[in-house]
Design a protein. Structure first.
Length: 276
């Protein structure tokens, strides 16, 4: 993990050095230098100190600090009028770290499961507008999955999306109510009340499927992976033809998927809450 992070940093630094000056947005660079200066100081800093540290003017630093305060990255100490970082950057870092941890554990557990069930498996996480596919573990079958990592699946039109609705944050429902539900196939659920009923069933049974709701002829069976904070860390899903994926008939495949999800959750530090 540490080696990977070091490599990513080195590549980012190379790209920064190679980037033409004309493509840089100076105001963004200034804000980032302010944040880096504050993080490196370990103490509250005033406008004059930040101006010297970033080789900028005090009026410019003031404007940037006002924006950073509005966005929740910086606060001002009322006693000395100096500025401090909030924990927002820390939380962003935790989110990125959580994604690395999730994928590392997935890649540790899934290969043996795939050899057993002989099906393609996708790995995804909640994104702003759906479920973002992070990785695909392919297995040669009657259905060839061509969607690459980075593909976005709808909340209402995929098994993965239904899991997000059942176990994910409430903002997803608010977004769907604001934006409305859209057809992907003629089987896609586009009624919000019907979708709520489906999400309730998914939450009770602990898995979801979406036969021909994302693509005609294709089904997916998805299981949730939870983090040590009991949040939805990600989703693993078996993808194949509607003929080969029938979860209510093929208990062996479903149990293998749920077992893998439980193992990954456990390795991420998740501990099921006992009902009182």
């Amino acid at each position: 993990m540490e080696a990977k992070a070091t490599l990513n940093y080195a590549l980012a630094k190379q790209r920064k050095l190679a980037m033409p000056e004309t493509t840089l947005i100076q105001s963004v660079s200034t804000s980032l230098r302010i944040l880096e200066s504050m993080a490196g100081s370990g103490k509250a800093l005033g406008i004059s100190e930040l101006a010297r540290a970033t080789s900028s003017t005090k009026p410019k630093i003031y404007r940037h600090l006002q924006t950073l305060m509005r966005e929740g990255y910086v606060i001002q100490d009322p006693m000395n009028q100096k500025y401090l970082l909030t924990l927002k950057l820390f939380h962003l870092g935790q989110t990125i770290s959580g994604s690395f941890d999730f994928l590392a554990e997935v890649r540790h557990i899934l290969p043996s499961m795939i050899e057993k069930i002989r099906q393609t498996v996708t790995v995804g996480q909640i994104d702003d507008n759906g479920i973002r596919i992070l990785d695909i573990f392919r297995y040669r079958s009657d259905i060839e999955i061509t969607s690459p990592p980075g593909t976005l699946l709808g909340f209402n039109s995929s098994a993965q999306g239904k899991l997000a609705l059942a176990f994910g944050p409430e903002w997803i429902w608010k977004k769907l109510q604001t934006q409305g539900l859209h057809w992907v196939t003629h089987n896609t659920i586009v009624d919000i009340d019907e979708l709520r009923k489906e999400a309730k069933i998914v939450r009770q049974q602990g898995w979801a499927d979406a036969p021909e709701q994302t693509l005609i002829g294709v089904n997916a069976i998805a299981a949730p992976v939870f983090s040590r904070t009991n949040d939805l860390a990600g989703i693993i899903a078996v993808v194949g033809s509607v003929q080969s994926l029938r979860p209510k008939l093929d208990k062996s495949l479903l149990n293998s998927l749920l077992s893998a999800a439980e193992q990954i959750s456990s390795r991420l530090g998740y501990r099921p809450q006992l009902e009182s």
